[in-house]
Design a protein around this ligand. Structure first.
Ligand code: GDP
Length: 362
């Protein structure tokens, strides 16, 4: 699996500026692979100092970071769910398992038109959320009509499905996103293939003027995002764009001058990780050092399957240590002497920062 973030927002909110900055900044980090799948989709490495330090320890020919896919979803405007603008066509890019980054404009600039006529981030969240909810409402209503027809044929299962769909429909009808509903695993499974947009976790990205990038989000924006079950980050897309033009080595000083703690890519990746409940584990040796993404709460067997089906099929044991312990010890031998490498079985719950070596036999 790969972490994926769909960037949505009104025109002129700063989406493309941010998207270009993120993908360019990512592309310039060492010789990490960078791929443009489509013009509006870019894959960039997830920043992780543990990976960098493990690479320094082992000096392998290959260093492979975990990747995050950003998709710039253009064209969402008021009325998009009724077919205005290009919005609906692009909404298909938001898949289950992605996080939504909702970019709102919070900078004044008389040269840049605001489609809604004024700068008002809370209203813009309302507009976009409404469009996403209406799109979901349409999806759910259509499915409901279809299922209700078959209810008499395959009674029990269909009745349960109808009940969940009706609950979701009423929730959306009340102006709230699916992510704020309490749903159990069975109910989630029923909704799974509908790819409901508002079921995805959301982070509101407040795009502020260059001088305001260190500011905290306003209470109003925080409150509005919270009401939709969302997180908030403050970013200046302009600064990110300038940052992306710099050599990686010069970026730290540039940010320090502005009093900014970390680049927007790091910030967004970190939030998306948390929202999607992902962790990183590592495989590390002389041949390759690599970061892998895994959903929190999954096992050593799941981790093995992420790497290769053979690892899972022939799974014997996992040798597990913590990346910081390995880095402190300086080698696997020293780590073992210190008793800091464990042998774990299939059901071991993988933790963020684990370095795993799989023993398998086919
Ligand atoms: P999109 O339609 O959401 O993709 O918006 P763009 O990224 O194309 O940005 C629209 C315009 O706003 C562009 O001319 C950007 O240069 C400008 N812009 C983006 N962020 C900022 C900012 O923080 N400050 C100012 N003054 N302009 C910005």
């Amino acid at each position: 699996m790969s972490l994926s973030v769909g960037i949505v927002g009104l025109p002129n909110a700063g989406k493309s500026t941010l998207f270009n900055a993120l993908t360019r900044a990512g592309a310039a980090v060492g010789n990490y692979p960078f791929t443009t799948i489509e013009p509006n989709t870019g894959m960039v490495p997830v920043p992780d100092t543990r990976l960098d330090r493990l690479a320094e320890l082992f000096h392998p020919p290959k260093v492979i970071p975990a990747m995050v896919t950003f998709t710039d979803i253009a064209g969402l405007v008021r009325g998009a769910s009724r077919g205005e603008g290009l919005g609906n066509k692009f909404l298909g890019h938001i898949r289950e398992g992605s996080a939504i980054a909702l970019v709102v404009r919070d900078f004044e600039d008389t040269d840049i038109t605001h489609v809604e006529g004024s700068v008002d981030p809370v209203r813009d969240i309302d507009v976009i959320e409404l469009e996403l909810q209406l799109a979901d409402l349409e999806t759910v209503t259509k499915r409901l009509e279809k299922v209700e027809k078959t209810v008499r044929l395959q009674k029990e299962k269909a009745t349960e499905t109808v009940a969940v769909l009706q609950r979701v429909r009423d929730h959306l009808d009340g102006g709230a996103p699916v992510r704020t509903m309490q749903l159990n695993a069975a109910e989630r499974a029923i909704l799974h293939d509908l790819w409901l947009l508002t079921a995805n976790p959301m982070v509101v990205v407040v795009n502020v003027a260059e001088g305001a990038a260190v500011a905290e989000p306003s209470a109003a924006v925080r409150g509005r995002a919270g009401q939709s079950g969302g997180d908030v980050v403050v970013i200046s897309a302009r600064i990110e764009a300038e940052l992306a033009e710099l050599e990686p080595a010069d970026r730290g000083a540039f940010l320090a001058d502005l009093g900014i703690a970390e680049p927007g890519l790091d910030l967004l990746a970190r939030h998306a990780y948390r929202l999607l409940d992902l962790i990183t584990f590592f495989t590390a040796g002389e041949k390759e050092v690599r970061a892998w993404q895994l959903r929190r709460g999954l096992t050593a067997l799941d981790a093995a399957a992420t790497i290769h089906t053979d690892f899972a099929k022939g799974f014997i044991r996992a040798e597990v240590s913590d990346a910081e312990d390995l880095l402190a010890a300086g080698s696997y031998n020293a780590l073992r002497e210190q008793g800091k490498q464990r042998l774990e079985g299939k059901d071991y719950l993988v933790k963020d920062g684990d370095v795993v070596h799989f023993r398998f036999n086919l």
